[in-house]
Design a protein around this ligand. Structure first.
Ligand code: NAP
Length: 276
């Protein structure tokens, strides 16, 4: 499995597993946990979740999936912005740890920016690191100007998790090069466009047909073409999961990339950060 180093030197796989929408229906939870476990077997050992997903239900599904296998997993969760304060972050973290049935998170992210000053969130994150509740922290949905506001705290920020797929390329203009200069991996969320219209785009279909791949595989391989990106597709079922794990075999040719650029042009100027 292709890996990338976190700023502290820890290697993590560049292809992980998302969990948004998991845990919403009790009847589906066992199958969802089985799929995540199969993902671990296939090397997708980075799992991204959040207290928001299914009101903690996704974290419970993850707990089921990683039971007895915690050491294999690079576990990421996220806190609501309203919980990112000095007083509330320790409580939110404790509740995530309880639902995930673990002692520590590998990475804890601010889900998006709210009214709590970023400096206070950084201080609260650093306190959790000092207590051993989290191994490192990062952010999500922050643009370059927000990252700069972290000031000296930026040195310890392990990642910025942002929307990035063929249909949402704005971050290529400034955020991706900025993160590359910092040697900070960027996590691409919704890399297959949530399985929606993106995957039905005729040009994506044409490139996929030429390569003998599915549109999702091309979209995923494209999201990983830059070595600084970690991609975290979510797949509830085995068929999608297996398809996604095969992207390492994909080599997009200059012709494929040019055709995709024609249909999904790269940004020519600064664009406001898109988020879901
Ligand atoms: P995504 O991964 O782009 O798309 C997931 C959807 O695509 C699901 O409906 C899935 O179906 C389908 N899919 C997956 N693999 C497929 C394949 N090979 N062929 C066809 N369809 C496929 O979107 P996402 O869930 O929004 O993003 C991924 C993860 O990023 C999330 O789960 C979450 O962990 C994280 N995220 C973070 C933020 C943030 O604000 N930080 C926002 C959004 C997402 P099945 O589930 O039925 O297999």
């Amino acid at each position: 499995m292709n890996t990338i180093d976190m700023p502290d030197g820890t290697a993590v796989p560049r292809l992980g597993q998302g969990t948004w929408k998991l845990g919403e229906r009790g009847a589906d939870r066992a199958a969802e946990a089985r799929t995540l476990r199969l993902g671990l077997d296939l090397g997708l050992t980075l799992i991204d979740t959040a207290e928001m997903y299914a009101d903690g239900g996704a974290e419970e599904v993850v707990a089921e999936a990683i039971a007895g296998r915690r050491q294999e997993v690079f576990l990421v969760s996220k806190a609501y912005p309203q919980n990112a304060s000095r007083r509330r972050l320790p409580q939110a973290c404790e509740q995530s740890l309880r639902r995930l049935r673990t002692d520590a998170l590998d990475l804890y992210l601010l889900h998006w920016r709210g009214s709590v000053p970023l400096a206070e969130t950084v201080e609260a994150m650093e306190a959790l690191v000092a207590q051993g509740k989290i191994r490192r922290w990062g952010v999500s949905n922050l643009d370059v100007a927000d990252l700069e506001e972290l000031g000296p705290g930026l040195a310890n920020c392990a990642t910025d998790q942002v929307l990035y797929n063929l249909g949402a390329r704005g971050v290529e203009f400034d955020l991706l090069p900025y993160a590359a200069r910092l040697k900070m991996p960027v996590m691409a969320y919704s890399p297959v466009g949530q399985g929606g219209a993106l995957l039905r785009h005729p040009v994506l279909g044409r490139v996929a047909a030429r390569q003998g791949l599915t549109p999702a595989q091309v979209a995923l391989a494209w999201s990983l073409r830059d070595g600084g990106v970690i991609s975290i597709p979510k797949a509830a079922g085995e068929a999608h999961l297996r398809e996604n794990t095969e992207v390492w075999k994909v080599v997009l040719t200059p012709e494929d990339l040019a055709e995709l650029d024609g249909a999904f042009p790269p940004p020519k100027r600064k664009q406001p950060l898109e988020m879901l």
